[in-house]
Design a protein. Sequence first.
Lengths: 318, 364, 559
Amino acid sequence: MIPFIIRRLFGMLLVLLAVSFIVYLIFIVIPGGDPAIRIAGRTATAANIVAIKQKLGLDQNFIVQWWDMLKQLFTGQLISYYDGTNVVQQIKAGLPVTFSLAVGAGIIWLGFGILVGTIAAVTAGRTTDRLITAAALIGISMPVAWLGLLFRYFLSGEKGWPALFPDGGYVPLTQNPAQWFYHLLLPWFTLAILFIGFYGRVLRSNVLDTINEDFVRTAKAKGLTPTRILVKHTLRASLIPIVTLFGLDFAAVLGGGAIITETVYSLHGVGWYAAQSIQTQDLPPLMGVTLYGAMFIVVFSLLVDIAYAFLDPRIRLT
Amino acid sequence: MATTGQDEFTLDTAAELAEEEGAGKEIQGRSPWALAGRRLRRNHVALAFLGVFILVVVACLLAPVYVSHVSHIGPNDTQSGASVVINGKKTLVISNGSTKIVNGTPVVTPGGVPIGPQWGAAGGKYILGADELGRDVTTRLLYGGRNSLFIGVTSAAICTVLSVILALLAGYFGGTTDWIISRIFDLIWAFPVILLGIALGTALQVNGFHHFGINLSGSSLWITVAVISFVFIPYIGRPLRGQVLALRNREFVEAATAQGAGPIRIMFTEVLPNLASSVLVLFTLIIASAILTEVGLSYLGAGVQPPNPSWGTMIEEGQNKLATAPQISLYAGIAIAITVLSINVFGDGLRDALDPRAKIRIEH
Amino acid sequence: MKRVRSVAIATVVAAGLALVMSACGGGGGGSGGTTTSSTSTAGKTFPTLKVVWGTTDYMDPGLSYRLESWQLFQDTYLGLVVKARVSCNTDDCTKILPGLATTTGTVSDGGKHYVFTLRKGLKYSNGQPIKASDFPATIIRDFKMSSPGIGFFSNIVGSDACEANPPKCKSISGIVTNDTAGTVQISLKEPESDFLYVMSIPFTSPVPASTPQKDTENPPPAASGPYYIASYNPSKSFVLKRNPYWKKGSIPAIPDGNPDEVKALMTSDQAQSAQLVASNQYMYDENLLPTDQLSHYKSKYADQIKFYTTPSTYYFFMNWRLKPFSNVKARQAVNYAINRQQLVNLRGGLGVPTENFLPPSYPQYQKINPYPYNLQKAKQLVQQSGMAGQKVTVYTISDVAVDLSTGEYLQGQLNKIGFKASLKPLASANYFTIVGNQATKAQIGFTDWFEDYPYPSDWFNVLQNGENITQIHNNNYGNVDVDSVNHEIDALDHLPPNDALSKSTNSRWAAIDKDLMEKYASTVPYLNGIETSFFSSKMDVGCDVFTDNFDDIAQFCLK
């Protein structure tokens, strides 16, 4: 186990380095043009452009620049080109929002996904199953942006109907727990619908497969009740792939992957910050946000693999 | 997973079919593809949705016909000051708003509201209404569909081809090749998908792509295609690689090697056909993801560039006009939902037909 | 300056603005009449004012060039002189009054020499006394930070040396101060008609000499006004508190302020900010009302909304140095091809169509109408110009919906009159930088201008003077360059002090406006902007004072 983890950690580091390099390439090399002029923003003279180049190290070879940027990021001193704010602080400021969104939505989609998938599997082939499957398929077919807009429009007073929900925005938990919860309900559901549909289907499929496995047949033969079989044997086995999926999806949302949901509902989390930085082609925040997100993904990948090995005795980690 | 539309579980294997056909009759050998086709044909719901998808594609392809025969308004044809005749009455396409200064104070008359869906009351014009520049929403929906579908299908195709090649190479050769390709998969995988998509899309949109002899302007659709194809490679590549690894050690591959066949030949004539059903299913399902991704990218401004329509840009255009002109965003979203749903249902049916035990799953 | 979410780059490399604003003789918008401060709303204090605000570029008076910040600076960073804090409808809101100085300056040497004396006993919000030497320190700080305002200082003797080598700049020879006497003496190279106005904008508002010579926002520099900015979280929030060292009534022109504290939430989401005020969670919405819901808000909250005209013009620039707009007929064609009413419609009706470059509130404004909408005529002119079929790229802003639609409209019209037009939308953060760079070769595009101060030199000299064209950070996007016009602009900037607002001077400015449009079709002005101020039901709208670009939050009061 330990050598496995160490090897994986080493691999993760390489991946993160490569990710940062690619982000750098994307924003400096691809667009071409002189970044100093873009960054100079408000200054007038050629002398100032030169000064900026020197200050930001843009006159150096781009490998050096990339390395410098990484160093600044890890010492918490990375400054945005666009508005001079500290990238790490801005990311930290967005964390409560993104975490609130991710945790709440995660609980909802995992819970409902399992519930819905189990019911569908148990009533397989009957009307309930078909309805659930239909709903799930519709759920995964709707674009998140559109769904969010519709919710805001119909339920948040934009159409002129009474507002059942707040029209976007975030209230910190420490400031007002009730409002925090209320403001997050619509975003949670918007984000969760997609996943509930997907997880429901995957679980249903897994359960149906597992039902045909030998150990379930043995349990039946031993005379256990259907419920007990379902919960203690079938579900346990079927849930394993769900756990791994959830680990990765949750990591993605935590890592700022819910950009669209955060944008539609004006939630100023890490994903929102990423979208803003991309608009302004502001490289330092992009570097910060991408590495932050990538870090979650690789770490959770590792955790998920380990969890999988624990849960499924058939798996050996190599 | 068994699809909706079948009355009960049946694996439709040759043996079961033979049972159905009655004892004593000769068991006919049927190829897996024939069996799959049979299962698919019996799945009426999947076929129905395939039909819906085809309808959508045909409608979008016929967009120019729609313009010349029905709406007479092109996708980028702004009609800001125009009027249409609705039920005999001449009405402005965009209502007039103004601010008059009365005794030094501005008196505002709100306006700028485009007409809503006419459903034929204005001839063939503005069946689904107009947008804030007087463009015909239905026309844009159809042309937008062309762009969105083109991007979705093409990027899925390119992605699938690339992934298959990479998976074959990785799975067959193993060793260093496998290690490198797996790390490439990991690398792409590690990027938050939408972030990578937006980053690439935005960076390329500024000046286009002018390297390696390829010249693409910033507003070219191929840039979005390239971005989406790239981003989904690990989603197809990894599961396929797993299958190639499993297949590689099978006897028929050994046999082929023993007969002196070279690696390329083996990969393409022995391994690939066994992957075919997975590839087909994955391809279908990636089309759905690709279309949704294009919508997301265009919504965030990193996909199709205005004024070109796509379903994603239309959602973005209409988002702060929901109170006065909901038709701009609403129908685009419905079109997307219907199209993607059709693909998903058909994809499910295809998967069940090809492999009722459904061992293929897209890793998310 | 430019409007919301647009990067403002306005370095005016002015080749000598000249003329002194006379203290009498009215000026600008209002209907003359009563002068000075608005103590009518005094004595209506209340503890907290909660506001929703738009996002801005900086909160440093030396760097920010946005309305959102300048609206706060008027109550925090005072200049030696200030503009009157009165409502343009009822009073002369363009009048210059003494601020930190005791008078609006003693002028001599034909308008080339000014002496100001600081009031005694004034202190910043951090307790430091306001010293005369803080003024040149602030100007030098602006140079060192490459502030967009440095162009306004080019007429000060000795400023060239500072601009050429900011790191080595320790003093400006044309600014001489005496801290004991509290005097500030400024020598100009030439008389300048708008100099007192320049002295009233935030770039010249003194900050303590000890303020770091870089962007200072955490917190912003110590303030001289009745309030100071206690905290600022970019794009998130800010808080204003009363300046503990402000003496009530110490400066007649500046109200002492009603709210004890101002707490702001910053967002660019118009729908959200309007709803926050409608639901009484916040008391004032600085953002524009969402045009999509304008009808709804207007009918439901009629007595809580105020509309204001602003001294602003939205226009398209056309690049004279490139085909097709190097040809005057092509430029005239574009003017004929724009249905200005439709552009007002894109704003939901919040705008007044115009073909003048100057806004209607100016005494130098004389309405012209040389290009009534006529698509046929436009097509003919394009043919005659020989530019038919030319490829044109229309530049516009991508992330502000109205600006994007406006660009699409322009593109559509250009295609209708015979060009091959395509669209290039750019993020607002980069837009003006890219368009202001000659290397971009932008042929035509969207832009707007809100006055920095109410005098035509802020318009013509900055935006259409051929002598102020630069390689990068150009403000004359069209590279408009007519020798006779350039000379006339310069001449009008060098008139003796008392002639700045004479009838003949006003007519000459109006003539420039007319010629640039009728003879040269230099740009395509299309509308003047209308602003909205939305108050919650708790606020007394009668206290609202709109000082020509924005409301004065210090004068807000409760019902």
